[in-house]
Write a protein that binds this ligand. Structure first.
Ligand code: AMP
Ligand code: ZN
Length: 113
Protein backbone atom coordinates (compact mmCIF):
# COMPACT_ATOMS: atom_id res chain seq x y z
CA UNK A 1 0.00 0.00 0.00
CA UNK A 2 1.67 3.22 -1.11
CA UNK A 3 -1.05 5.71 -0.28
CA UNK A 4 -0.15 8.10 2.54
CA UNK A 5 -3.72 8.50 3.76
CA UNK A 6 -4.38 4.73 3.65
CA UNK A 7 -1.32 4.42 5.92
CA UNK A 8 -2.69 7.07 8.28
CA UNK A 9 -6.07 5.31 8.33
CA UNK A 10 -4.30 2.01 9.12
CA UNK A 11 -2.31 3.70 11.91
CA UNK A 12 1.01 3.00 10.18
CA UNK A 13 1.78 6.73 10.08
CA UNK A 14 0.88 8.85 13.12
CA UNK A 15 -1.76 11.54 12.97
CA UNK A 16 -3.80 13.62 15.37
CA UNK A 17 -7.24 12.14 14.88
CA UNK A 18 -10.26 14.22 15.74
CA UNK A 19 -12.94 11.73 14.64
CA UNK A 20 -13.33 8.22 13.25
CA UNK A 21 -16.14 5.82 12.49
CA UNK A 22 -16.65 2.79 10.24
CA UNK A 23 -16.44 4.86 7.05
CA UNK A 24 -14.51 8.07 7.84
CA UNK A 25 -11.39 9.28 9.60
CA UNK A 26 -10.65 12.95 10.36
CA UNK A 27 -7.25 14.22 11.46
CA UNK A 28 -5.33 17.49 11.77
CA UNK A 29 -3.48 18.67 8.68
CA UNK A 30 0.28 18.50 9.27
CA UNK A 31 0.74 21.97 7.70
CA UNK A 32 -2.28 23.89 8.96
CA UNK A 33 -3.41 26.82 6.83
CA UNK A 34 -5.81 28.14 9.48
CA UNK A 35 -6.25 27.75 13.26
CA UNK A 36 -8.52 24.79 12.48
CA UNK A 37 -7.40 22.66 9.54
CA UNK A 38 -8.76 19.14 9.52
CA UNK A 39 -8.79 16.59 6.72
CA UNK A 40 -11.76 14.22 6.45
CA UNK A 41 -10.98 11.05 4.50
CA UNK A 42 -13.02 7.98 3.63
CA UNK A 43 -11.57 4.64 4.72
CA UNK A 44 -12.23 3.50 1.14
CA UNK A 45 -9.37 4.46 -1.17
CA UNK A 46 -10.73 6.77 -3.90
CA UNK A 47 -7.95 8.61 -5.77
CA UNK A 48 -9.76 11.73 -6.97
CA UNK A 49 -13.25 13.18 -7.26
CA UNK A 50 -13.18 11.90 -10.85
CA UNK A 51 -13.21 8.36 -9.48
CA UNK A 52 -16.42 8.68 -7.45
CA UNK A 53 -19.16 6.20 -8.27
CA UNK A 54 -22.91 6.57 -7.70
CA UNK A 55 -22.60 4.27 -4.71
CA UNK A 56 -20.28 6.80 -3.05
CA UNK A 57 -22.92 9.52 -2.79
CA UNK A 58 -23.81 8.71 0.81
CA UNK A 59 -20.13 8.56 1.73
CA UNK A 60 -19.47 12.04 0.34
CA UNK A 61 -22.60 13.28 2.05
CA UNK A 62 -21.32 11.89 5.34
CA UNK A 63 -17.99 13.66 4.79
CA UNK A 64 -19.75 16.97 4.19
CA UNK A 65 -22.03 16.62 7.19
CA UNK A 66 -19.05 15.60 9.36
CA UNK A 67 -17.23 18.77 8.29
CA UNK A 68 -20.08 20.85 9.70
CA UNK A 69 -20.13 18.82 12.92
CA UNK A 70 -16.36 19.20 13.40
CA UNK A 71 -16.53 22.94 12.69
CA UNK A 72 -19.34 23.30 15.22
CA UNK A 73 -17.45 21.23 17.81
CA UNK A 74 -14.60 23.75 17.55
CA UNK A 75 -16.96 26.73 17.84
CA UNK A 76 -16.84 27.84 14.21
CA UNK A 77 -20.37 27.11 13.05
CA UNK A 78 -21.52 30.75 13.33
CA UNK A 79 -18.26 32.55 12.50
CA UNK A 80 -17.82 30.32 9.46
CA UNK A 81 -15.61 27.70 7.91
CA UNK A 82 -14.53 26.52 4.47
CA UNK A 83 -14.60 23.04 2.96
CA UNK A 84 -12.38 22.21 -0.02
CA UNK A 85 -11.81 19.19 -2.23
CA UNK A 86 -8.81 19.69 -4.54
CA UNK A 87 -8.89 17.61 -7.72
CA UNK A 88 -5.77 17.01 -9.80
CA UNK A 89 -2.92 19.29 -10.81
CA UNK A 90 -4.43 22.73 -11.32
CA UNK A 91 -6.18 22.55 -7.97
CA UNK A 92 -2.97 21.47 -6.26
CA UNK A 93 -4.02 17.97 -5.24
CA UNK A 94 -0.93 16.40 -3.65
CA UNK A 95 -2.36 13.27 -2.02
CA UNK A 96 -4.36 11.01 -4.30
CA UNK A 97 -6.88 9.73 -1.76
CA UNK A 98 -9.84 12.09 -1.62
CA UNK A 99 -9.95 14.35 1.41
CA UNK A 100 -12.17 17.21 2.47
CA UNK A 101 -10.24 20.14 3.96
CA UNK A 102 -12.07 21.91 6.80
CA UNK A 103 -10.59 25.35 7.47
CA UNK A 104 -11.69 27.85 10.11
CA UNK A 105 -10.53 30.35 12.68
CA UNK A 106 -9.53 33.23 10.44
CA UNK A 107 -11.04 35.25 7.59
CA UNK A 108 -10.48 33.22 4.43
CA UNK A 109 -10.00 35.18 1.25
CA UNK A 110 -12.01 34.65 -1.92
CA UNK A 111 -11.31 33.86 -4.70
CA UNK A 112 -8.71 31.31 -3.60
CA UNK A 113 -5.24 31.59 -5.07
P1 AMP B 1 -4.11 18.41 -1.18
O1 AMP B 1 -3.13 19.42 -1.67
O2 AMP B 1 -5.54 18.85 -1.30
O3 AMP B 1 -3.87 17.03 -1.77
O4 AMP B 1 -3.88 18.32 0.38
C1 AMP B 1 -3.01 17.42 0.98
C2 AMP B 1 -2.89 17.86 2.41
O5 AMP B 1 -2.32 16.79 3.16
C3 AMP B 1 -1.98 19.07 2.61
O6 AMP B 1 -2.72 20.12 3.22
C4 AMP B 1 -0.87 18.54 3.52
O7 AMP B 1 -0.44 19.48 4.46
C5 AMP B 1 -1.53 17.35 4.17
N1 AMP B 1 -0.64 16.31 4.65
C6 AMP B 1 0.42 15.77 3.99
N2 AMP B 1 1.00 14.82 4.74
C7 AMP B 1 0.29 14.75 5.90
C8 AMP B 1 0.40 13.98 7.10
N3 AMP B 1 1.35 13.05 7.26
N4 AMP B 1 -0.51 14.19 8.08
C9 AMP B 1 -1.46 15.13 7.93
N5 AMP B 1 -1.63 15.90 6.84
C10 AMP B 1 -0.76 15.71 5.84
ZN1 ZN C 1 -5.54 5.66 0.02
Amino acid sequence: MSCLFCKIIAGEIPSTKVYEDDQLVAFKDITPQAPLHVLIVPRKHIATLNDLEPGDDALVGAMTRRAAIIAKAHGFDSSGFRTVFNCNKDAGQAVFHIHLHVLAGRTLSWPPG
